[in-house]
Design a protein around this ligand. Structure first.
Ligand SMILES: Nc1ncnc2c1ncn2[C@@H]1O[C@H](COP(=O)(O)OP(=O)(O)O)[C@@H](O)[C@H]1O
Ligand SMILES: CC(C)(COP(=O)(O)O)[C@@H](O)C(=O)NCCC(=O)O
Ligand SMILES: [K+]
Length: 255
């Protein structure tokens, strides 16, 4: 069994998986915490391991785009959990080629390793198809993968929460909209709904534009803001809760 970790700029997600399992994403246990609650992780892992008696973890594969402080903190927490303390973490990195995917970034190491993992996951779920993979987290990334597994490149825009917050913070008259606000579509007749409608249109519009530009036949949408954006998309799509984690699973399986 392996422990997979996806540390983004808002939340740390994790999953325990049998890397030989045929089905990608068949987690034995999983969880997510905001960075402010990261201290909870050690206890969460310990509880998950206790619920899986007779099974042991023999590797940790972690993708981190949240900086060195988060990496050090994860190492400290893992070192304190019985059953995990002896393991060295493999820090997943963007390299020129891995798990059947070629990295077409001009400088492959500059690509966020979560985007590389997401592309590996997308190609594993839809091999032989040109794909747009949209990961809607703190930032929204919209990336193009070819049918034969080349990461062509992509787009980075502020995530849905960041877009709405930047309007609220940088204008005198625009309020902060609630994260769980009802979702308007089109031309809103009040300020809160107009902000949300505008930000959703920007997110969905960028994904649709990328889909057309790439001539894609598959659109995968994922990340914390995906439930809000997915149903505004005017194209067929698959909503995958965490495509980065699927990519880490595919990578662990290919090793
Ligand atoms: N309950 C929630 N908690 C945190 N973020 C949420 C929640 N609901 C929606 N979101 C949106 O999802 C984003 C976080 O998604 P996530 O995929 O975890 O991001 P990251 O990978 O950057 O950490 C937030 O920035 C926000 O836009
Ligand atoms: C674009 C990102 C900030 C997205 O991070 P997230 O929203 O998943 O927390 C991250 O993938 C990153 O730091 N990328 C490095 C720059 C690049 O990919 O070109
Ligand atoms: K993202």
């Amino acid at each position: 069994m392996k422990l997979l970790i996806d540390a983004g700029n808002t939340r740390i997600k994790w999953a325990l998986v049998d890397e030989t399992a045929a089905t990608l994403g068949a987690w034995l246990a999983s969880g997510a915490v905001m960075h402010a609650d990261a201290a909870r992780l050690g206890g969460d892992w310990q509880a998950a391991l206790s619920a899986l008696p007779g099974r042991s973890v023999h590797g940790v594969l972690a993708a981190n785009v949240a900086g060195a402080g988060v990496r050090d903190n994860l190492e400290r927490m893992l070192a304190a959990v019985p059953g995990l303390s002896a393991l060295t973490i493999e820090w997943f990195a963007s390299v020129p080629e891995r798990a059947g995917l070629r990295n077409g970034y001009r400088n492959p190491g500059q690509l966020g390793c979560d985007r590389f993992a997401a592309a590996i996951g997308a190609h594993a779920l839809a091999p032989g198809r040109p794909i747009i993979v949209a990961n809607c987290g703190t930032a929204t990334t919209i990336d193009a993968v070819t049918a034969d597994g080349i990461f062509l490149g992509g787009m980075i825009l502020p995530g849905l929460g960041l877009m709405a917050t930047s309007l609220a913070r940088n204008t005198a008259q625009l309020p902060q909209i609630a994260q769980d606000a009802a979702l308007p579509a089109g031309f809103a007749d009040n300020t809160d709904d107009a902000i949300l409608s505008g930000c959703l249109a920007a997110q969905a519009g960028a994904i649709e534009r990328a889909f057309t530009l790439h001539g894609a036949s598959e659109c995968i949408i994922s990340g914390g803001a995906a439930p809000y954006i997915a149903h505004t998309l005017a194209l067929p799509h698959r909503h995958i809760e965490n495509i980065v984690m699927i990519g880490l699973h595919a990578t662990a399986r290919s090793a």
